[in-house]
Design a protein around this ligand. Structure first.
Ligand SMILES: Nc1ncnc2c1ncn2[C@@H]1O[C@H](COP(=O)(O)OP(=O)(O)OP(=O)(O)O)[C@@H](O)[C@H]1O
Length: 343
């Protein structure tokens, strides 16, 4: 049976089932949130100042790749302010009226979290500008020529928007946020701390060397680190003695085909095809995708971003090329200039 590439244990997204498993591991307060020192300090100032003034803080925009902690920070913001959190997302809001209904039911100082805010439809976006700036929503009554807008005052509230693509946000919406925090990939030692904390919460004994091993294969992403931890825990329970040792971590990650740099089977087959079938490129995306039996879109959106980020693949106007590091990673020697000329 072919594995769906999106099901790999090292993909950054999560489905509802996984989000439920994640809930138990979420830090609840800012001082439990590992890493992202700059964003944490800036946010802490924004929140403390607002608490001191007894007012809702400025709207907050969080940007960064999936799985780095945007939802977690939104929950922390509400918890630190001692208020409740309402959760929605750009794609969940079909019509401006859906957003008007949410906004008009907000309580004073509540936090409204809008995930994937870059995917809001234009009419909803326009309604949101006004609500964020003037704390007002215009409720349209009637239809056609007889329709009129009745302004409805809203209590003060804070929008926390999350986006993986800050650049896609129209400037007028971006400008409504008083504070923007950009989350970056985590360093290995930070992921180690995430893992040791999670193991403590799960009540499983995780050795420091095992935490380091899992961290180095987690692609800088806490969600992936926590997921790999759960897979290592399964292995230790079924095949080992329950202890999450270095050996258990290595054996489990071998079963799940996650290599020492966090590449999975699809990543490696793309890299191997590029090196062994196309001499390291340049080769076009479609040709490369056919060689690994995948859709070009899968190669481009699922495998390539991480391979490029890791410096294993380069994109040139003539196609994809393998870097010297790619050859080394696969344990192959890169062709010499003579090979290329006479091979
Ligand atoms: N700094 C952190 N410290 C500890 N755990 C973290 C941290 N950041 C994220 N996590 C954990 O990683 C998991 C994923 O985080 P979260 O859902 O907040 O990511 P996200 O950026 O909102 O992802 P998405 O964009 O897919 O919604 C959660 O279980 C969370 O507890």
């Amino acid at each position: 049976m072919e594995l769906d590439p999106a099901d790999s244990v090292v993909r950054p997204g999560a489905d509802d089932l996984e989000r439920a498993a994640e809930a138990a591991l979420r830090p609840r307060h800012l001082d439990e949130f590992v890493g992202q020192k700059v964003v944490r300090e800036q946010l802490s100032l924004v929140l403390q100042a607002a608490i001191g003034r007894g007012r809702a803080p400025d709207h907050v925009l969080l940007s960064g790749p999936p799985g780095l902690g945007k939802t977690t920070l939104a929950m922390i913001i509400a918890a630190e302010l001692g208020t409740s959190l309402r959760v929605t997302s750009g794609p969940a809001i079909q019509h401006a009226g859906d957003l008007a209904a949410i906004l008009s039911s907000l309580e004073e100082n509540e936090v409204l979290f809008i995930d994937e805010i870059h995917r809001l439809a234009r009419p909803a976006e326009e309604l949101l500008y006004v609500a964020m700036e003037d704390f007002r929503v215009d409720v349209v009554v009637g239809k056609g020529a007889g329709a009129s807008a009745i302004p409805l005052a809203l209590p003060p509230f804070t929008v926390v928007g999350a986006t993986t693509r800050a650049g896609l946000l129209p400037a007028p919406l971006r400008d409504r946020f008083g504070f923007t925090g950009h989350l970056d990939f985590y360093a290995d030692d930070e992921l180690e701390r995430v893992l040791l904390r999670s193991a403590g919460l799960l009540g499983v004994p995780l050795a420091h060397e095992a935490a380091a091993e899992i961290a180095s294969r987690s692609r800088g992403t806490p969600r992936i680190a926590n997921r790999l931890l759960r897979r290592v825990r399964d292995w230790a329970q079924v095949r080992g003695d329950g202890t999450l040792s270095l050996e258990a971590a290595r054996a489990a990650l071998e079963v799940y085909e996650v290599d020492r740099r966090g590449l999975d089977r699809l990543d490696r087959s793309v890299l191997t095809a590029l090196c062994t079938r196309f001499g390291g490129g340049p080769v076009g995306l479609t040709t490369l995708a056919v060689a690994v039996g995948e859709e070009p879109e899968t190669v481009e959106t699922v495998a390539e971003p991480f391979l490029v980020r890791e410096g294993l693949i380069g994109r040139t106007p003539r196609g994809r090329v393998a870097t010297a590091e790619a050859w080394t990673h696969l344990g192959l020697s890169a062709p010499t200039a003579a090979d290329t000329l006479f091979g």
